[in-house]
Design a protein around this ligand. Structure first.
Ligand code: OMD
Ligand code: FE2
Length: 377
């Protein structure tokens, strides 16, 4: 396939015309009485009409037939997609999954849609307020079918293999370490479009991460260097500063903080945290948390570095060091309390029953008679 060309810019007003139909974008207006080439004008809105201009998201598409000219929708019974968050009793335990198994194409062909498995989520589709985390496990391309998600934005984080995604705005090749956001209806008959509501992809290696240059990784009140500094994308809730979901990454970077325990600290969080690993390892858990697996620490569930990480990071002589070279971990941090599905707990057969054991070797170092800890060697 010829190399794909991309339009650059996040949230920009972009436009595109099929080179075979020059001038297919109407000039000076969106909805002429008759469109160039006798195309149909169709608007796709991503924000309420009443949103202020600065937050207004919409695109205009000029297509051979409007999207409405489809056959009636019919329900299909396949896949493991659910929005039933009461399938199992609430589980406050720390949960970790071994790498999810991709089915073998020689046994059964599974495409992206059939390969969607809901792992956890919260909220309500009808009120358009919520979040679902699905694991996609597929081995074959979609043929003669397309997919759109009218429940919300779809952020895709591939871990293995490449995705060539055909959208009504054009094609995107998305590879591990890249992400993309889509919702697109895809009878592929769009000749031209313009607007600021489009699918996009992003290479995580381009994210400019910041970190402490003096001390502390997460000081209270002032200058909080918590993972919010690693936030790439935010799905906002109606409460200012509180996200339905933040997409956060832990990319390769420098660690230079003085007199500081540098790995993630122990914490209980009023937000829920789902983590995954695209490649390498995660600094707080060198073993057990593997690429292609995941972990969930839901609201207020305590977690933090494993015993080995704690011992090493408490003793190490602090010098500037490269952290996480060759690795990429990510997190969805959500203000919703994420419930796990039956598939997540049982049918996936990937739940790591031994996860809690990574904290078992933690021992008390309390020294009641000596206030000052010994200097590391
Ligand atoms: O739990 C985790 O490993 C993610 C995380 C990292 C960190 O440095 C601070 C808070 C946090 O949730
Ligand atoms: Fe955390």
């Amino acid at each position: 396939m010829a190399e794909l060309k991309y339009i650059s810019g996040f949230g920009n007003e972009c436009s595109s015309e099929d080179p075979r139909c020059p001038g297919s974008l109407p000039e000076g207006q969106n909805n002429p009485q008759v469109c160039p080439y006798n195309l149909y004008a169709e608007q796709l809105s991503g924000s309420a009409f009443t949103c202020p201009r600065s937050t207004n998201k919409r695109s205009w598409l000029y297509r051979i037939l409007p999207s409405v000219s489809h056959k009636p929708f019919e329900s299909i019974d396949e896949g493991q997609v659910t929005h039933n968050w009461d399938e199992v009793d609430p589980d406050p335990n720390q949960l970790r999954w071994k790498p999810f198994e991709i089915p073998k194409a020689s046994q059964k062909k599974v495409d992206f849609v059939s390969g969607l498995h809901t792992l956890c989520g919260a909220g309500d589709i009808k009120s358009n307020n919520g979040l679902a985390i699905h694991i996609f496990l597929c081995n074959t391309s979609m043929e003669n079918r397309c997919f759109y998600n009218s429940d919300g934005d779809f952020l895709i984080v591939p871990q293995k293999g490449n995705l060539l995604i055909y959208t009504e705005f054009g094609k995107m090749l998305v590879q591990p370490n890249e992400i993309c956001v889509i919702q697109d209806v895809s009878p592929f008959n769009v000749v031209a479009w313009h607007g600021n509501y489009t699918p996009y992809k992003y290479n995580l290696k381009n994210f400019m991460v910041i970190n402490s240059v003096a001390f502390d990784h997460a000081s209270l009140l002032v200058c909080s260097q918590d993972p919010s500094i690693f936030t790439v994308l935010t799905a906002k809730s109606v409460r200012p500063g509180v996200a339905i979901a933040d997409f956060v990454i832990f990319p390769p970077r420098w660690g230079v903080a003085d007199k500081t325990f540098r790995p993630p600290y122990y914490h209980r969080n009023c937000m829920s945290e789902f983590m995954g690993l695209i490649r390498g390892h995660y600094e707080a858990k060198q073993g057990g948390f593997l690429p292609g697996g995941g972990s969930l620490h839901s609201t207020m569930t305590p977690h933090g570095p494993d015993a080995d990480c704690f011992e090493k990071a408490s003793k190490v002589k602090l010098a500037p060091e490269r952290i996480a070279d060759g690795t990429m971990a990510f997190m969805f941090e959500s203000s919703l309390s994420l419930a796990v599905t039956k598939w997540g707990l049982k049918a996936s057969r990937c739940l790591d029953e031994n996860y809690h054991k990574c904290w078992e070797p933690l021992k008390s170092h309390f020294t009641p008679n000596s206030r000052n800890p010994a200097e590391p060697n």
